[in-house]
Design a binder for this molecule. Structure first.
Ligand code: CO
Ligand code: ZN
Length: 338
């Protein structure tokens, strides 16, 4: 699974340009799914048919990652950029970026009077090594990602931890693949949705949900943690199990969905945590409002430094997330308010 994670996080998939990621995932699910389709906007949807006695379940992980789009190129060939999704200027100075062509560049900061403050994105420029606008290999509208490899940190006796860009949410994509691989039998019709454009509008998940019309939906994504020095208090730690969504900045998880997940985790003795996240949300914020309303929740991987070039996760949480998803899907789904 680690090699798949590596391939996924090192691939190119800024918001709206998820083709390379989709091709990788499509090859992975080719022999695992009963049906595969691609939506009008680019979502990849794999269906596991099941015995037909259960519910229609939608699991969604997003293929896209944050990135940059070129807005202007000056006479000397320096580019200015705008964000695709939640890009933090604090993480940008000195960063290497990569375009679809393989072209690299470095983000640097304008001379400023007051260097005590974090620069804004408008104070950054992109240097791709050009000598003039005419020979600049990048044009207005071209999109780039942060250029970083996956690395392993930690290790024995502590758990193995990974740092990489776009673990948000390629780790969710890898979890869906592994769940599809391990789910031998299910009463449910399970839709594994690899969505586009989560980082800006969730338009991919929203339209996929309309098409599928599921009985319930779960986002498989990352969440924050409260386990770093002077972190905002949050009862989620890396390595203590996947987090079951209770509430985030965009929604409240359906209590019946949350309760079902908690009960299954307890019954199967799989470690879990409860997620109350004040800074972000997921695709199911959009999904829950589709048609007449879709009961929704989520299973999240605790991650440090989300939207940086070195997001960090614990592989133990990933394994427990797969285990819990298989457990949730192989049995009938009972949703109650208790
Ligand atoms: Co994100
Ligand atoms: Zn995400």
């Amino acid at each position: 699974m680690k090699e798949l994670i590596r391939t996924l996080v090192e691939s190119f998939g800024p918001v709206g340009f998820e083709d390379e990621v989709r091709a990788i995932l499509r090859a992975e699910i080719k022999d695992l799914a009963d049906e595969i389709s691609v939506g009008q906007l680019g979502d990849l949807i794999a269906v596991k048919k099941g015995s037909g006695k259960g519910k229609k379940v939608m699991l969604v992980a997003h293929m896209d990652e944050i990135g940059l789009i070129v807005t202007h190129v000056d006479k000397r060939g320096y580019a200015r950029v705008a964000p695709l999704g939640g890009v933090f200027p604090l993480y940008c100075v000195g960063a290497r970026v990569r375009f679809a062509t393989g072209q690299l560049g470095v983000l640097e900061v304008d001379q400023r009077e007051d260097t005590s403050k974090t620069p804004t994105l408008d104070q950054l420029y992109l240097d791709v090594g050009a000598t003039s606008k005419a020979d600049c290999p990048v044009k207005v509208g071209d999109v780039a990602i942060f250029h970083q490899r996956l690395e392993s940190v930690g290790g024995r006796p502590a758990a193995e931890r990974l740092i990489a860009k776009s673990l948000d949410d390629r780790i969710g994509c890898a979890i869906l693949i592994e769940t599809l691989r391990r789910l031998k039998q299910t009463p449910h019709e399970v839709y594994f949705v690899f969505s586009v454009q989560e980082e800006t509008t969730s338009v991919g998940a929203r339209t996929a949900a309309y098409r599928i019309d599921p009985d319930l939906a779960l986002a498989i994504d990352v969440t924050g943690t409260g386990d770093t020095p002077k972190a905002q208090p949050m009862a989620v730690e890396m390595g203590q199990g996947p987090a079951i969504k209770v509430r985030d900045a965009g929604m409240i998880a359906d209590p019946r969905v949350k309760n079902w997940m908690v009960q299954r985790a307890q019954a199967a003795k799989i470690p879990y945590q409860l997620e109350i996240f004040r800074l972000g949300t997921t695709d199911v914020q959009a999904v829950q409002a589709v048609r007449a309303g879709i009961p929704s929740g989520g299973l999240l991987i605790p991650a440090r430094y989300v939207h940086s070039q070195a997001e960090m996760i614990d592989l133990g949480d990933v394994e427990n997330a797969v285990k819990l998803l298989v457990e949730l899907l192989k049995k009938p789904i009972i949703m109650s308010n208790e």
